[in-house]
Design a protein around this ligand. Structure first.
Ligand SMILES: N[C@@H](CCC(=O)N[C@@H](CS)C(=O)NCC(=O)O)C(=O)O
Length: 240
């Protein structure tokens, strides 16, 4: 989404989940992090920029590092707002990260597992069970767990909305000026918010209850602000 937003031409290479380690190591990417058992872990997204040359490309891994690299290397369309908005931008992002870890993972990750087939699906489920300290993705789909996750997600997004409202008030941003955190111009934080929402819209995320379609519910949260933000980024052509 950042590449699209910055209008940088790119090609996506899709990798089977169980091939990620081998493929990235072969290209020469360094591990991003460690697994709970201490082993090195290479992760996607990873970026290969044929710059300075295709024989000597720049390799960047980890989404935050990729975004920093793209903004420094291709500054024409900035992805971060100027100061003092930058501090508020980062506070909203931090709040989003905290709700993502706590709740989003419980809704979106089981749904992502649902679209994998065969061995890839099993590998993905095992990796997440390890990440979640032994909690299986199947157990997150139990009705009680699912309803608790939806309730927590709604509360979490309301916390994010409050942080945005406070930032807008402090900086004199007119909320009517546009659907994004700072009005009419989208920044990295808007892309991150929309990316989390679009997963919940596109994937077969188990429904809030038997009758409601998840996106129909999310659309109504916080006075419809998230639906407007998604539509705004769609209009800015940063989404498929
Ligand atoms: N901090 C990394 C996390 C990325 C991440 O966890 N990627 C997962 C897939 S969503 C991965 O590549 N896992 C490889 C594996 O488990 O083998 C980022 O934001 O880019």
């Amino acid at each position: 989404m950042v590449l699209k937003h910055k209008k940088i031409p790119f090609r996506t290479e899709w990798i089977q989940f169980l091939d990620i380690q081998k493929k990235l190591k072969t290209i020469g990417f360094s591990p991003t992090t460690k697994r709970p058992n201490g082993e090195d872990l290479c992760t996607i997204p990873s970026l290969l920029d044929p710059k300075p040359s295709s024989e000597n490309p720049t390799l960047v891994t980890d989404s935050a590092a990729i975004v920093r690299y793209l903004d420094e290397t291709y500054p024409k369309v900035p992805i971060f707002p100027p100061h003092p908005l930058r501090e508020h931008h980062d506070s909203v992002l931090q709040e989003l990260e905290s709700i993502s870890r706590a709740h989003f993972v419980k809704l979106s990750v089981p749904a992502i597992a649902g679209v994998f087939n065969g061995l890839d699906g099993a590998g993905f489920r095992d990796r997440w069970k390890e990440q979640l300290g032994g909690v299986s993705l199947e157990s997150l789909l139990e009705p009680d767990a699912r309803l608790a996750a939806w309730k927590a997600a709604e509360e979490g997004w309301t916390r994010v909305a409050n942080v945005i409202d406070q930032a807008q008030e402090k900086e004199g941003v007119n909320p009517g000026a546009g659907p994004f955190v700072f009005g009419e111009t989208p920044y990295y934080v808007d892309i991150c918010l929309v990316a989390r929402l679009v997963v919940l819209r596109r994937l077969p995320v188990p429904e809030v209850d038997g009758n409601q379609k998840p996106w129909e519910v999310i659309k109504e949260w916080n006075g419809g602000r998230w639906a407007k933000m998604v539509a705004g980024l769609e209009a800015a052509a940063a989404l498929d």
